[in-house]
Design a protein around this ligand. Sequence first.
Ligand code: TRP
Length: 346
Amino acid sequence: MSKKRILTGHRPTGPRHIGHLVGTLENWKRLQDTHECFFLVADLHVLTTGNAQPERIQGNILNMLADWLAAGIDPSRSTIVLQSIIPEHAQLSLLFSMLTTVARLERMPTYKEQIKELNLPPSLGLLTYPVLQAADILLYKAQVVPVGEDQLPHIELARETARRFNQTYGETFPEPEALLSKAARLPGVDNRTMHTSYGNAIYLRDSDEEVERKVMSMYTDPMRIHATDPGHVDGNPVFVYHDIFNPDKAEVAEFKTCYREGKIGDVEVKRRLVEVLNAYLAPLHEKRAEYISHPKMLLEVLFSGTVKAKFIAQQTLEEAYEKMGLLHSQSFSDKVLANNIAGIFC
Ligand code: TRP
């Protein structure tokens, strides 16, 4: 049986943090064994909020890509696609914009949230963000889309779009299924969700010293003043991290017992976490450094993925044009012209 096809992606907003790693990238890495994977660098989507900082986009793309590769995305097995280089994404999005209503898009929870945060009037591009995302997925006829929970309304729109297209123009697109990541959201060093814009993230590229500085300043148990006070382990990010990153489970269990009994201080538990995290990140740093010191390799990864994706994208767009009754490149072949010309002009 052939492998199911996956398409998923990120907006290149900058370097990836360890929340992306445990929430997403490790999952993507595993999925490469069982699926045919397309990973999209969704750079057009970055433009939707109007504060894209043009001078930073290219650097953000390369930084994100280096992190993906360091985390185990393997370009010899998976296809990495740069959205803006393949115009078919925008073209299919335009066709799909005919299949959904403005009211449907205005009801999107992601849109409603975004307009609350923006202090500008929302652009048309922000409203049609989920239409472009549906085009990203359906252009490759992907069957499975691994995403976080916040993206579910977008996948629902992609499914609706596929259904509507198929009903109107004939069976063309599979209805893609969302695959929810099971990993819990990682807290940031301040115990809110880890997020680039909160300044509470530990990045994959952070040096040993940066990791140390961030971990040592980490939020722990605010009720605990002295190391001899009994401490709380549940919901304490230092222990959340130990649970995820420390391979020595016996040590973690012992830390927890001692912490609850007031027999170990924050500093000791954190010191060990610094070692654990730095050991975890060391192989990623090595891989990342290789790519960063040979940026041409990064461009080659993008180029070869894009060539492969372009071929599929062109075929799907032709098919959609044909089914919607538009002229397409095949319409101009002599044979088709001879057969159809009379019909076209009557
Ligand atoms: N909207 C997604 C996000 O912000 C990024 C994205 C763009 C995407 N196109 C996609 C995700 C297609 C999955 C499939 O995370």
